[in-house]
Structure formats: structure tokens, C-alpha cells
Design a protein around this ligand. Structure first.
Ligand code: CAA
Length: 389
């Protein structure tokens, strides 16, 4: 595939690579160990324009395209998946939906502070009993008698950046009787400093430990009607449209961590000597290297193809759902495969916290789960191919 990278693309990739080397790699292990949110790094990433790469400059972003986003995401994730998760949620899950469905006023007020990195955004869809089957959510938003605001009650879970978010896009049921059920869901713009917004328990996680995740409770939270995003009842479509964009970012993230694990493995296979020769001369190691490299390159092509499809959709209006799902599915399973092989190639050192290999392995796993599990991606791809609903 001829990506024909522009000077601007090469520039952002170099800027992200350089930033990752200077600011992230030296401290990634420390943040993973402590589980502390890397606020200082995120603020600097905001200054670099990484928190709203595709957001037009008039709304505080860098005004670049999806290829630029993917290139930058890959470099940041290569250094640390946790940091790239915060970047991904800000860019896609938060900003994309408001840019796509928001009014001019909403874009100015709600996108600008988050795209510029001054504030942090989040996306609240999942609930304790509603994960893959997102349409079954129970969080309820009821219109007040005078029609001026919605009163929101309920519990959201697994909210990435929830503990630190200033603003979020929330999905709640406004019509529990709607048939089909997803048509009773509405999207809201939530200011987390208002009364009734309560942060719940923090999730202790296997990987991406520095990306903060928590439950969010809504206790009679009053959301002004002007903060409805899109039309009432359009929430599920907004959620799905946003996830199409988000899944491309996760594919790029998976690609980044796979590359990090692969490069470390090649170096180790060249240097580590066993039975009198570098282990890279053994065919069993060579097979692993060949499979890792091939899957990484295939992931890259699918990810870039999905990015191009998203860019084309601006002109054609066509959905890029399948391209995004295939990229996310293949790249995340590749990340898991590659990091697993990397631990094996490194042997005991791959299992030790002295090297980042075990962190790559733990971090890679989430890419097969969030923003739609691998099983959901397969359903999405197959249903679209078969013309089923
Ligand atoms: N774009 C726009 N609209 C879409 C769409 C898309 N990609 N996919 C579906 N829709 C629309 C359909 O056209 C349909 O619209 P109508 O009102 O016209 O009928 C409607 O949505 C319902 O579609 P389905 O009947 O296909 O819906 P479903 O209930 O069968 O669910 C699903 C489909 C693909 C399984 C979906 O529920 C799904 O993607 N689930 C996974 C949810 C997910 O990814 N969760 C991750 C949470 S976010 C996260 O991880 C948090 C984080 O912080 C990182």
C-alpha cells in the first residue's frame, strides 16, 4: 500500500517518537509500578497537540488527519500503552462524537478545552450489567417537568480516565419503553464538577495500570437540555459511530506495543547466546521472528487502510465499520501473539520486571477487550459481510 506520507505526517511521527523517547520511556516502568496517572506527561502531550490530533485548529486541535493520528498513536503506544490509552479516549471517544454530532456551540465549549489538552475527556457507555450488549444499559435520564433539564441516575463502569476526567460523553436511557431498545438511548455532555457526579471505586487492573479507570455514579445529576448531544433517541448510533473511530486508534495502539516487543526480541535473539551461538540462529526462534514480523506488517496495512477509509468517509459519508473492526481485531490479536512470543524468546528475563517485556504482555491484553472484544469485532464484520442485523 502506498501511503504516500506527507511532510506533515513524517513530522508528527518524528515528534511523537522523539517525545516518547525523552518523556515516556524513562518513566513508563515507574508509572506502571505505582499506578499513578501520568498527569505531567499528558499535559505536555496536550502542548504538543497530541490530545486532539484530528480536531480542527479552531476547536483547539492540531487539525491533522487520521493517518497522522495513527502514526502518533503508534509511537506513543510503543513507549507506553497506558499513556496512549488516555490519548486515545481524548481524541476519539470524547472529541470525535462531539465534532460529528455536536452543535457549533457544543464544539466550541466542549471540544476546545479537551482537544487542547487543558482538560481530560472520557466516554461513559459500559455498566456493570451492560458491556458488549450496550443497548441494555439502565442508567436513566428523565426530562424535568419544565423541560429545562434531565435528571440522571445510574452507574457506569470501566470508565477510562474516569478518576481525572473534567468532561464526559454519557449514554443513558431516556425512553425505557422504546422498541427496539437502542432507540431509547440519548447522549449527554457531562460536566464532572456539577453536583450528582460521583466517582466510584477505582479498578485495579492487570495492565495499562497508569491509565486510571473507575466507576461513575449519577445521583440526581441535573443535565441542562442544551447538553444533549445529537437528538434524543440517537444515542446508540452516536455510541457506535464513535466506536468505529475509536477502534482505529486501538488498532494503532496494538501495533505500537507489538512493535516494541518485536524490536526487543530481535535484539535479544541477536545477542543472547545459548549452546555456543546466538539464539537467533536457531530455527525455532527464527519461526517466531518471522511470524511476529509478518503479523505486525499485516496489522499495519489493515490499520492504515481503516484510517484511509475513515478519511474517505468524510467525502462519501460511507461507514468504515468493517475496516475499523478488522484492523482492531487483527492488530489486537497480533499484539497478544507478539508479546507472548516476546516473553518466550526472552525466557526468564521476559518474565522479570527488570525488562519491559512483561509489561508489554500485560498491556497488550486490554486491546482485545476494550472498545469491543475480539468476539464483538467478529460479529460486526460477519454481520456486515452477510448483510445481517
Ligand atoms: N455506526 C452507526 N450506527 C450503527 C453502527 C455503526 N457502526 N452499528 C450499528 N448501528 C445502528 C444500526 O444501524 C441500528 O440502527 P437503527 O436504529 O436504524 O435500527 C442500531 O445501531 C442497532 O444496531 P444493532 O441491531 O446491530 O445493535 P445490537 O444491539 O445488535 O448491537 C453490537 C450491535 C455490534 C454488538 C454493539 O452493541 C457493540 O458494538 N457492542 C460492543 C460495545 C463496545 O464496544 N463497548 C466498549 C465500551 S467503550 C470502552 O471500551 C471504554 C473505554 O473507556 C476505552
Amino acid at each position: 500500500m502506498d501511503l504516500n506520507l506527507s511532510e506533515e505526517h513524517v513530522m508528527i511521527r518524528e515528534a511523537a517518537r522523539d517525545f516518547a523517547r525523552r518523556e515516556i520511556i524513562p518513566v513508563a516502568e515507574q508509572y506502571d509500578r505505582s499506578g499513578e496517572f501520568p498527569m505531567e506527561i499528558i499535559q505536555k502531550m496536550g502542548e504538543m497537540g497530541f490530545m486532539g490530533i484530528e480536531v480542527p485548529e479552531e476547536y483547539g486541535g492540531a487539525g491533522m488527519d487520521t493517518i497522522a493520528y495513527v502514526l502518533a498513536m503508534e509511537e506513543i503506544a510503543k513507549a507506553d500503552v497506558a499513556t496512549s490509552t488516555v490519548m486515545s479516549v481524548n481524541n476519539s471517544l470524547y472529541c470525535h462524537g462531539i465534532l460529528h454530532f455536536g452543535t457549533e456551540e457544543q464544539k466550541r465549549t466542549w471540544v476546545t478545552p479537551v482537544a487542547s489538552g487543558a482538560e481530560i475527556g472520557a466516554y461513559a457507555l459500559t455498566e456493570p450489567m451492560s458491556g458488549s450488549d450496550a443497548g441494555t444499559m439502565r442508567t436513566r435520564a428523565e426530562l424535568s417537568a419544565d423541560g429545562s433539564h434531565y435528571v440522571i441516575n445510574g452507574r457506569k463502569s470501566w470508565i477510562t480516565s474516569g478518576p481525572v476526567a473534567h468532561r464526559l460523553v454519557l449514554f443513558a436511557k431516556t425512553d425505557p419503553e422504546a422498541v427496539p431498545k437502542h432507540r431509547g438511548i440519548t447522549a449527554f455532555l457531562i460536566d464532572t464538577s456539577r453536583p450528582g457526579f460521583v466517582r466510584g471505586k477505582i479498578e485495579p487492573k492487570l495492565g495499562i495500570r497508569a491509565s486510571a479507570t473507575c466507576e461513575i455514579l449519577f445521583e440526581n445529576y441535573r443535565c441542562p437540555v442544551e447538553n444533549v448531544l445529537g437528538e434524543p433517541g440517537q444515542g446508540f448510533k452516536i455510541a457506535m459511530t464513535v466506536l468505529d473511530a475509536g477502534r482505529i486508534g486501538i488498532a494503532a495502539q496494538a501495533l505500537g506495543v507489538a512493535e516494541a516487543a518485536y524490536e526487543a526480541s530481535v535484539q535479544y535473539a541477536r545477542e543472547r547466546v545459548a549452546f555456543g551461538q546466538p539464539i537467533g540462529t536457531f530455527q525455532m526462534i527464527q519461526q517466531k521472528i518471522a511470524d511476529m514480523k509478518t503479523r505486525i506488517e499485516a496489522s499495519r496495512l489493515l490499520t492504515y487502510q481503516a484510517a484511509l477509509a475513515k478519511m474517505a468517509s468524510r467525502e462519501t459519508g460511507e461507514r468504515y465499520t468493517t475496516a475499523a473492526a478488522m484492523a482492531k481485531l487483527f492488530a489486537s490479536e497480533t499484539a497478544m501473539f507478539v508479546t507472548h512470543q516476546a516473553v518466550q524468546i526472552h525466557g526468564g528475563m521476559g518474565y522479570s520486571k527488570e525488562l519491559p517485556i512483561e509489561r508489554y504482555f500485560r498491556d497488550a491484553k486490554i486491546t482485545e477487550i476494550y472498545e469491543g472484544t475480539s468476539e464483538i469485532q467478529r460479529i460486526v464484520i460477519a454481520r456486515n459481510e452477510l448483510g445481517l442485523r
